[in-house]
Write a protein that binds this ligand. Structure first.
Ligand SMILES: Cc1cc2nc3c(=O)[nH]c(=O)nc-3n(C[C@H](O)[C@H](O)[C@H](O)COP(=O)(O)OP(=O)(O)OC[C@H]3O[C@@H](n4cnc5c(N)ncnc54)[C@H](O)[C@@H]3O)c2cc1C
Length: 299
């Protein structure tokens, strides 16, 4: 075990939130270490959208470009390693890496993202990020005029409303859920349960438990979100009912010195975590600025 003494800021996460946080802190020459264990939420996405100047860019290219930009900043280090634990250590924080190394830092930016739990329909995981997705602003436009499937009646009113000008036609797979009171669905609803999803032509074929099939171009699915990393629990951070770490307008968590950004964090004023590359980058910048402000108060 080796102990590396003090980056000013440890950033856990090398997605858009963590990389932007590193850029911001690097530009005022703060000593920064970014930890990245290579598990990105959009790992299966071939082209991301709704990212100005990068509309259609493969997420891996975006991260590689960000890493190249960070290489120009001599105080920023990126370590491709998993952090196992984070704990308070006097007026600082102590990170223990999976390989046993220990790093201490005055501030920690958590940017560890979330993990999507999908409905247990065989085949769905295999097309996730490609022909199945959760975000109409990211993945709808490419299917303009086509038949769009919505999985789950509970959120179907919202999704069909958002995608109305995009879809040629909808089919809603009820999946045992109720349409909320006061919501009227105009799209056809299929009550039989989904038993399989497979590629069919350029789209998908959904098999149902009554033996019938439905062909769609794409499926919209509402996954259940889980924190990717155990640090919120280890540090006793307050969560919102969404399960995301509660942050204020400046990215501060309930524990001074610990900031959070990206999909894992949630400003309570928002109805849900605002999960996108641009929102994660913006939150990363804010969290780094707050971490720096905290360091200034120590001086
Ligand atoms: C199917 C799908 C499609 C999407 N398409 C789009 C799109 O087109 N446009 C768009 O704007 N958004 C899209 N998104 C949303 C986008 O992917 C996220 O909003 C964004 O990736 C969030 O960035 P982040 O930095 O918070 O987390 P992530 O990008 O998930 O990064 C998390 C980072 O934390 C690291 N990490 C986690 N735990 C540890 C640990 N213990 N130790 C070290 N490192 C750790 C990971 O390795 C990774 O580097 C999509 C999401 C999904 C699921």
């Amino acid at each position: 075990m080796t102990t590396t003494q003090h980056p000013d800021i440890a950033i856990i996460g090398g997605g858009p939130a963590g990389l932007q946080a590193a850029l911001t802190a690097g530009r005022v020459r703060r000593q920064v270490t970014v930890f990245d264990d290579g598990t990105y939420r959009n790992a299966t996405v071939s082209h991301m959208h709704n990212v100005l100047t990068h509309d259609g860019t493969p997420p891996a290219d975006f991260r590689a470009a960000a890493r190249r930009e960070l290489a120009a900043y001599d105080t920023v280090t990126v370590r491709e390693e998993r952090v196992a634990t984070v704990e308070r250590d006097g007026d600082a924080f102590r990170l223990t890496l999976a390989g046993g190394d220990v790093v201490t830092a005055y501030a920690v930016v958590l940017a560890t993202g979330v993990r999507d739990e999908l409905p247990p329909v065989p085949g769905l995981r295999e097309v996730w990020g490609d022909l199945a997705a959760q975000c109409p602003l990211c993945h709808g436009f490419e299917f303009t005029g086509q038949r769009i499937g919505v999985v789950g009646a509970a959120a179907a009113g919202h999704l069909t409303g958002l995608l109305g000008p995009v879809a040629g036609e909808f089919v809603v797979f009820e999946e045992g859920q109720q349409v909320p009171e006061g919501v009227t669905l105009t799209a056809p609803v299929v009550a039989a349960r989904m038993t399989a999803v497979e590629r069919h032509g350029s789209g998908l074929r959904v098999t149902l438990d009554d033996g019938s099939t439905e062909d769609v171009a794409v499926l919209f699915v509402g996954p259940t979100l889980h924190q990717s990393a155990p640090f919120a629990e280890q540090l006793g951070l307050e969560l919102n009912p969404s399960g995301a770490v509660r942050v204020d307008e400046f990215g501060r968590t309930s524990l001074p010195g610990v900031l959070a950004a990206g999909d894992m964090a949630h400003l309570a004023a928002f109805p849900m975590p605002m999960a996108s590359v641009v929102m994660a980058s913006a939150a990363g910048q804010l969290a780094a600025s707050s971490a720096i402000a905290g360091l200034l108060q120590r001086a």
